[in-house]
Design a protein around this ligand. Structure first.
Ligand SMILES: CC(C)(COP(=O)(O)OP(=O)(O)OC[C@H]1O[C@@H](n2cnc3c(N)ncnc32)[C@H](O)[C@@H]1OP(=O)(O)O)[C@@H](O)C(=O)NCCC(=O)NCCS
Length: 243
């Protein structure tokens, strides 16, 4: 399945469950819920502080989004993005380097600062929400640095094995690593680089795999720019239903 189709399929899954899940942009009023989610899904060394979360929202309010439960209002997933230069990954080593890069004036490339979810489908709902906004704004590529949680166990069995070999390893055409497999299923099909000392993550031996996803249909950017957001939302909803 190509990455566009997989993205649409997940969008469709979101459609099916949208009565109980919705996504929207985050505000500072969401900070207590964001902090709680951070500490549930990241360890103390990895979790963002309240100040960091507040700064992310203030810096790029259109690129900070969350999924919520319609019944309880509980925050289920969060995603923070920032604009970066197209070749940013050639000049950075760590996740922190990526977060500190100044935003260029003109770019169609985004970097995923953080993605966190406590409910299956939370991320799919976020991707579905972001899709029409991304098309309207002309975003084309999204990069993210994924943990490689199966690496430490693989290294025990292959002490001299190059890490790149593990990252590129496939079983039935899909990445061996569970998190790389997860991202591949969501359209992050290109492994751009493997960075050592990327961020503190024990099971990944502190490595990160820099992945790139392409926003489906973003090559038609001149067309999307001429349309209203409402129209793009309608079109993307219909495209998802066609599958
Ligand atoms: C990665 C994450 C955002 C995915 O959220 P989600 O869409 O709600 O999906 P789930 O967490 O239900 O994971 C779905 C499947 O992906 C795979 N997967 C994803 N991340 C994994 C990991 N770190 N280790 C092992 N499997 C993983 C598993 O196969 C999982 O299936 P399971 O239900 O059998 O465990 C979420 O697990 C999370 O917040 N993790 C901690 C923070 C993190 O690693 N963020 C990503 C940084 S780039």
């Amino acid at each position: 399945m190509n990455h566009t189709l997989s993205f649409l399929m997940h969008t469709k899954m979101h459609e099916a469950s949208r009565q109980c899940i919705y996504a929207r942009l985050l505000t500072r009023h969401d900070l207590p819920a964001l902090l709680k989610l951070e500490h549930e899904k990241w360890d103390t060394e990895q979790a963002a502080s309240q100040i960091e979360l507040e700064e992310r929202i203030a810096a790029y309010p259109d690129l900070a989004m969350g999924t919520f439960c319609s019944e309880t209002g509980q925050l289920l997933a969060s995603l923070f993005l920032k604009p970066v230069a197209r070749d940013f990954h050639r000049h950075v080593q760590t996740w922190r380097d990526c977060t500190l890069l100044p935003a260029p004036e003109e770019t169609t490339t985004l970097f995923g600062i953080s993605l966190t979810s406590r409910r299956s489908n939370g991320v799919d709902a976020l991707l579905a929400f972001f899709w029409p906004y991304a098309l309207k704004r002309g975003w084309r590529h999204v990069y993210l640095g994924s943990p490689i949680p199966g690496l430490s166990q693989w290294r025990q069995q292959h002490p001299k094995g190059p890490i790149e070999t593990y990252v590129r390893a496939r079983r039935s055409g899909m990445p061996l690593d569970p998190q790389l497999r997860y991202y591949r299923g969501r359209g992050f099909t290109k492994i751009v680089d493997v960075k050592s000392n990327y961020f503190p993550h024990k099971r990944s031996l502190d490595h990160g795999a820099l992945l790139r996803g392409t926003i489906p249909l973003s090559s038609l950017s001149p067309l999307w720019r001429m349309m209203s957001l409402q129209t793009i939302k309608r079109i993307t909803r219909h495209l998802a239903c066609l599958l």
